[in-house]
Design a protein around this ligand. Structure first.
Ligand SMILES: O=C(NC/C=C/[C@H]1O[C@@H](Sc2ccncc2)[C@H](O)[C@@H]1O)c1cc([N+](=O)[O-])cc(O)c1O
Ligand SMILES: [Mg+2]
Length: 214
């Protein structure tokens, strides 16, 4: 039967990228999405904004919601200091299988723990299962109707500390209006918008950076 788009994306990585070289994996995926088949990776333009925020925060403990094919996982993990850890949650087993291989091709498997399951089931288990006290940086790029409930769940589970940075993809397209209203109006967050474009297109999109104030 016909292969899936994530399978074709992985083949492009294994064909064009150098094992152990995260930048070549990023470039191979961006080339595939720009010239072969669009896919919902954050992409190179918003990806550069992600890079700058990760470098500024220099986090030890990172949570990513929504792995997909592992593009942003590789972008983040390649910038982490030795000993830092990224936990990434993915609901779809087929996507998770592809992402695992992309992460291994990039040589970043020692920094990344990919967990299959739903964020709402795993967020409450971060402390007892992974020994996580709080996260320094959270990247939200999963189901758009889960951004707000999962943020409230992270607050309730005590996973955010004074200064934790949340970075949310797609706040314009597809859009997360309820999440935006919350982080922009809540006295518990200092929020700002980074205007950009939807990956591999000219449509407007952007990232919202929100610092938890405790
Ligand atoms: O729909 C989008 N993203 C949803 C992503 C969802 C990803 O997260 C899990 S769901 C999950 C993971 C963990 N826990 C619970 C659920 C899915 O299996 C998928 O891997 C999207 C759409 C567009 N677009 O242009 O249409 C552009 C984008 O950048 C997007 O991110
Ligand atoms: Mg996205």
């Amino acid at each position: 039967t016909r292969s899936t788009r994530p399978q074709r994306l992985l083949k492009a990585v294994q064909k064009h990228a150098t094992r152990g070289d995260p930048q070549s994996v990023i470039s191979a995926i961006d080339h595939f999405c720009r010239h072969s088949e669009w896919a919902m990776n954050i992409g190179d333009e918003k990806g550069s904004i992600l890079d700058s925020v990760v470098s500024e925060v220099n986090p030890e403990k990172v949570l990513e919601l929504g792995t997909y094919c592992g593009y942003s996982t590789v972008r983040i993990a390649r910038l982490l200091p030795p000993g830092a850890r990224l936990i990434t949650l993915e609901f779809n087993a087929d996507y998770a299988a592809i992402a695992r291989q992309v992460i291994i091709w990039a040589g970043l498997e020692d920094k990344v723990q990919l967990v299959e399951g739903a964020s709402e089931d795993w967020i409450p288990r971060m402390k007892e299962h992974f020994g996580i006290e709080t996260f320094d940086f959270v990247f939200l790029d999963h189901w758009k109707d889960r951004y707000l409930p999962d943020t409230k769940l992270m607050e309730d589970c005590g996973l955010l500390r004074k200064g934790t940075v949340l970075l949310a993809d797609n706040v314009i397209c597809p859009g997360v209006p309820d999440y935006l209203a919350y982080v922009r109006n809540s006295l518990s967050y200092k929020s700002c918008y980074f205007k950009s474009h939807l990956e591999y297109t000219k449509a407007e999109d952007g990232l919202e950076k929100s610092v938890f104030l405790g």
